[in-house]
Unconditional design. Structure first.
Length: 65
């Protein structure tokens, strides 16, 4: 347990703290460090939350037609 606390403290006190983001996935709640070039990453993992969001958008577009 102390390893998690130490890791969290390191992230929050590091110079990259401004890169800490919460996942935009519905019901996810995970946090991640955004190391993308323009700091625009939205999801904790593209294969899970990102894919789910894109699939939902695609489904919604198809339903409108």
């Amino acid at each position: 347990m102390w390893q998690i606390v130490r890791s969290t403290a390191n992230v929050l006190t590091a110079s990259d703290c401004d890169r800490l983001r919460e996942c935009a996935g519905v019901g996810c709640g995970w946090f991640f460090l955004d190391f993308s070039r323009n700091r625009s990453r939205r999801w904790c993992d593209m294969e899970d939350c990102g894919n789910r969001a894109k699939a939902n958008r695609h489904y919604d577009r198809k339903q409108k037609k």
